[in-house]
Design a protein around this ligand. Structure first.
Ligand SMILES: Cc1cc2nc3c(=O)[nH]c(=O)nc-3n(C[C@H](O)[C@H](O)[C@H](O)COP(=O)(O)O)c2cc1C
Length: 193
């Protein structure tokens, strides 16, 4: 069992964040979830569920921990709390820019900063279109600092039939990036049995 930090920000696509939490818990991992204040609002809007009900669904697992965006006393604020990595899914351009700027002024940005300084995996899944030059420069800076930029960008080569197929495909790629063995989505070259 490994520990992972998951952050859900105020970009569109909180359903992806929900799925990655479900998958990590299902695979027996420990999840520390941080949802930004705008992330809570966008999540309620897109998933038609309050933040409190969203959290309640996961709270049945002893491996699930909620961290607050303004709590710098959280374990994930320190490099001495060992984790196997962090995923920001979906990541807003605001959070992405702040991580690139090194502001560390909320727990998501601080935890990401910790992952970079400790050379741990940091998977950032931006969601915006189109990108402006500032977004692109920030992404390049983060890539150069050691983060992996994995945009939410559906592929259609495996003929997804449902929204769940599309979400699973991205989350499966994120698990791959974390080096977590999974058979969550059909792979290229894999035949139907
Ligand atoms: C419904 C809704 C959808 C949004 N979608 C995006 C988006 O896809 N990408 C983005 O960068 N910002 C998006 N925003 C704007 C961010 O929520 C806003 O910039 C916010 O300050 C981000 O803060 P956070 O990164 O702390 O969550 C959206 C806002 C709303 C209300």
């Amino acid at each position: 069992m490994s520990k992972y930090i998951i952050a859900i920000t105020g970009a569109s696509g909180s359903i992806y964040g929900k799925k990655i939490v479900e998958l990590l818990l299902h695979l027996g991992h420990e999840v520390h979830l941080i949802v930004s204040k705008t992330g809570m609002q966008v999540l309620s809007h897109e998933l038609l569920i309050s933040y409190e009900c969203f959290i309640k669904e996961f709270n049945v697992s002893s491996n699930f921990h909620v961290e607050l965006e303004d709590d710098f006393f959280s374990p994930v604020a320190s490099g001495s709390f060992k984790t196997s990595g962090m995923v920001i899914l979906p990541c807003s351009m605001g959070t992405l820019g702040k991580i690139a700027g090194g502001s560390s002024d909320n727990l998501i940005i601080r935890a990401a900063d910790v992952c970079l300084k400790e050379k741990r995996k940091l998977i950032i899944c931006p969601r915006e279109t189109p990108y402006n030059g500032i977004h692109l420069k920030n992404m390049l800076a983060l890539n150069d600092a050691g983060a992996c930029i994995a945009p939410v960008s559906p592929g259609f080569y495996n003929f997804p039939k449902t929204l769940d197929d599309i979400i699973n495909h991205h989350c499966s790629r994120v698990l791959d990036l974390l080096e977590i063995e999974n058979q969550n989505a059909k792979r290229w070259g894999q035949t139907d049995d």
